[in-house]
Write a protein that binds this ligand. Sequence first.
Ligand SMILES: Nc1nc2c(ncn2[C@@H]2O[C@H](COP(=O)(O)OP(=O)(O)OP(=O)(O)O)[C@@H](O)[C@H]2O)c(=O)[nH]1
Ligand SMILES: [Mg+2]
Length: 253
Amino acid sequence: MNRTLVLVPTYNERENLPVLVREILLHPGMEVMVLDDQSPDGTGQVADALAAEFPGRVRVLHRTGRRGLGVSYLEGFQRALETDVDFVCQMDADLSHDPKYLPQLVAVAAEGADLVIGSRYMNGISVVNWPLRRIILSQFANTYIRTVTGINVQDVTTGYRCWRKPALAKLPLERIVSEGYAFLLDVTFMAADAGLRIQESPIIFVERRQGASKLSSGVLLESLITPWKLVMRHGRIRSNSGNARREMSSSRR
Ligand SMILES: Nc1nc2c(ncn2[C@@H]2O[C@H](COP(=O)(O)OP(=O)(O)OP(=O)(O)O)[C@@H](O)[C@H]2O)c(=O)[nH]1
Ligand SMILES: [Mg+2]
């Protein structure tokens, strides 16, 4: 059976984490690594209790140093690459990303995709409980990023993903400089630039019910600037996921 490690970054997700972890563990072969940034609400202790309850299937990385989504994922990726798993997934802890989609994301990766993106924007707009302005903002951000960078992905800003571990191992992750949410764009750009096969798989995203959002105006500003930084450093993406998809269907991988 394939082994999958699911990375879950947390900052104040005490109520959500136990529900999420139990649902992930319903899938055979799946393990969890919680990446906690010393959450003031005690999420780290909740995670430790889950690790004690599910030995060998739940691990906790208590981060120290600079807080941030990007730096947390980077450390999580490095740890994941040291473990003996086949796939590395990543998802939000706030139950916006339903673990029921994990087997499908892994299946697409097992068929040959290097990076599978759990996409809200494949069949129209699959988002529940977002105000219209948030949908417009997210659509604008994705169109903007696609136009500036050339990345041919409908949903670049989603944090629900699955990597084939050997593909992830090929990326020069040490070059990533984004510490926050822009990390998701940064690493997708790197994957496209490296010629990895990127595919999207549809998910329905449900807005969080518990806990507070960590989105700030700083995050929004960062997502306006980062696409330009990437393009100025590396140029626009030419061979994109559209090509990768065509290659895959013609070679019947
Ligand atoms: N380790 C770590 N995790 C973080 C940090 N900031 C956010 N997260 C986690 O990253 C995931 C996404 O954050 P959210 O606040 O849900 O961001 P969002 O989904 O864009 O915003 P909402 O729609 O309001 O939920 C959640 O699991 C957060 O707990 C951080 O600085 N460090
Ligand atoms: Mg969220």
